[in-house]
Design a protein around this ligand. Structure first.
Ligand code: C2E
Ligand code: CA
Ligand code: CA
Ligand code: CA
Length: 282
C-alpha cells in the first residue's frame, strides 16, 4: 500500500485511487509474470569504435504482459524496486543473461586488447543484499563464464540511497574480476564521488548527452570532458544512444572506446541479435 501511494503520487494525471489500484495490480501481475516466464531479455550490441568490431552486448529486460503487451523496464523496474520484487527480477536477469552468453560470445570479435563482455544492469537494492557477490559467482560457475567477461552496470542515481551496503558488494564483485560500469554518467549528482570511492572499471556516458552532442555545444563539451576524465582515471568508456554515423565518427575521433545505439542496432531478442550479427560488417 505504501508503495502504491508513492507510485500514485509520482504518476501525474491519475487520481490517487486509480493509480494505487493500477500499481497494486501491476505489482501483483509482475510477481505472477516472473513465475510464468513473462520476462524476456533483449540484447543490444556494443561496438569497438576504432575498428567497428562487435565486442559485447548489454542485456535489457522486457516484460511481456499478457494483456498490456511489452512493458518497458523504465516502467516496471521502479515498481519492482519499491515492492521488493527487484530481487526476483534481478535473479532471473542474471541467470538468463549468463546462460545466454554461450550463444553470444562467439559472435564477438576478440583480440588481445579487447575481450568480449556481457553487460547486465543491477539496481542498488539488489546489491545491498549480503549474498549477492556469492550469487553472481555461483551463476558464473554454473555456466563456466569467466568473471572478467561479465560487466555490471550501476546507475549513479540509485547508489546514493545505500552507499555503504552497496560498496561492500561492489568491492567483492570487482575482486572476483567482474567489470563494474558507472551507468548514466552525468545524470546524477554524485558521479565524481563514486568514481573516487568505488572500484569502477568503466563509465557509460548517458544518451542524454550523446544524442545532443552535435546540436548543443554544451553537450559536446560534457561528452568531451567525460572522455578526458575517463582516460585520466584509466577507465574505458561506452557512449550510449548513438543514432547516426556523424556521432559515431565524432566519438571515435575523440577516443571513446565503445559505442552503443540505434545506429548500430536496437536491442533484440537472442535469436534476432544472432541473425543481426551474421550480417553486421565490422
Ligand atoms: P540504461 O541502462 O541507460 O539503458 C539504455 C537505454 O537506452 C535502453 O532502454 C536502450 O534500449 C536505450 N537505447 C539504446 N540505444 C539507444 C538509442 O540510440 N536511442 C535511444 N533513444 N535509446 C537507446 P531500455 O531498454 O528501455 O531500458 C531502460 C532502463 O531500464 C535502462 O537504462 C536501465 O536503467 C533499466 N534496465 C533495463 N534492463 C534492466 C535490468 O535487467 N535490471 C535493472 N535493474 N534495470 C534495467
Ligand atoms: Ca545500462
Ligand atoms: Ca542511460
Ligand atoms: Ca538508466
Amino acid at each position: 500500500i505504501q508503495a502504491a501511494r508513492a507510485a500514485a503520487i509520482s504518476q501525474p494525471g491519475m487520481d490517487l485511487h486509480s493509480a494505487a489500484v493500477h500499481t497494486l495490480s501491476l505489482a501483483h501481475d509482475l510477481s505472477d509474470g516472473i513465475t510464468h516466464n513473462q520476462l524476456a531479455l533483449y540484447y543490444q550490441p556494443i561496438i569497438l569504435l576504432h575498428s567497428n568490431a562487435l565486442v559485447g552486448f548489454e542485456a535489457l529486460v522486457r516484460w511481456e504482459h499478457p494483456k498490456l503487451g511489452l512493458i518497458s523496464p523504465d516502467e516496471f523496474i521502479p515498481l519492482a524496486e519499491k515492492t521488493g520484487l527487484i530481487h526476483k527480477v534481478g535473479e532471473w536477469v542474471l541467470q538468463r543473461a549468463i546462460s545466454d552468453w554461450k550463444h553470444l560470445r562467439g559472435l564477438c570479435v576478440s583480440d588481445t586488447q579487447h575481450l568480449p563482455f556481457l553487460s547486465v544492469n543491477l539496481s542498488a537494492p539488489e546489491l545491498s543484499g549480503a549474498g549477492m557477490a556469492q550469487t553472481v559467482q555461483n551463476h558464473l560457475a554454473a555456466q563456466q563464464m569467466p568473471p572478467h567477461e561479465l560487466r555490471i552496470e550501476l546507475t549513479e542515481t540509485v547508489i546514493v540511497s545505500s552507499l555503504a551496503a552497496v560498496s561492500h558488494t561492489i568491492n567483492a564483485l570487482r575482486a572476483l574480476g567482474i567489470g563494474i560500469a558507472l551507468d548514466d554518467f552525468g545524470t546524477g549528482y554524485a558521479g565524481l564521488d563514486y568514481l573516487q570511492t568505488l572500484p569502477f572499471s568503466s563509465i557509460k556516458i548517458d544518451k542524454a548527452f550523446v544524442a545532443q552532442m552535435h546540436t548543443a555545444e554544451r553537450s559536446f563539451q560534457i561528452v568531451k570532458s567525460a572522455l578526458e576524465l575517463s582516460r585520466q582515471l584509466g577507465l574505458t568508456t561506452v557512449a550510449e544512444g548513438i543514432e547516426d554515423l556523424a556521432t559515431a565518427a565524432a566519438l571515435k575521433e575523440m577516443g571513446c572506446t565503445y559505442g552503443q545505439g540505434y545506429y548500430f542496432a536496437k536491442p533484440k531478442p537472442l535469436q534476432a541479435v544472432q541473425d543481426w550479427a551474421k550480417t553486421f560488417k565490422g
